[in-house]
Design a protein around this ligand. Structure first.
Ligand SMILES: C[C@H](O)[C@H](O)[C@H]1CNC2=NC(N)=NC(=O)C2=N1
Length: 95
């Protein structure tokens, strides 16, 4: 179920790396180099499969940009926050 804007902003207080706009939550992570970045992306990919929830993302060298929304629901849902939490746990170690 799509969350309303105020619920999203409230939840985001626990996710300082993330911001809400254009119906999705977004974060940008910078690593030391491409290898570390791609290693984090591989770990995230396994987590996405486990959660059956997938990011819109892009990578340029050591920078990873991630947008999360639930396409089926047409906005941000709890699934996006669950994936964001898993991404944070991975990136904390790698970044
Ligand atoms: C069939 C399967 O459950 C869906 O296609 C899943 C897969 N991953 C997904 N990921 C995202 N971000 N949104 C979805 O609506 C979505 N749907």
């Amino acid at each position: 179920m799509k969350l309303d804007d105020s619920t999203i902003e409230k939840k985001l207080l626990r996710f300082p790396d993330w911001e809400f706009h254009k119906n999705a939550i977004h974060a940008e992570f910078e690593f030391d180099n491409f290898k570390d970045c791609f290693s984090a992306m591989s770990r995230i990919a396994f987590e996405c499969e486990a959660q059956n929830h997938h990011p819109d993302w892009s990578n340029v060298y050591n920078v990873l940009k991630i947008s999360l929304s639930t396409h089926d629901a047409g906005g941000v849902t709890q699934k996006d926050f669950n994936l964001a939490a898993a991404i944070e746990a991975i990136v904390e170690v790698e970044e």
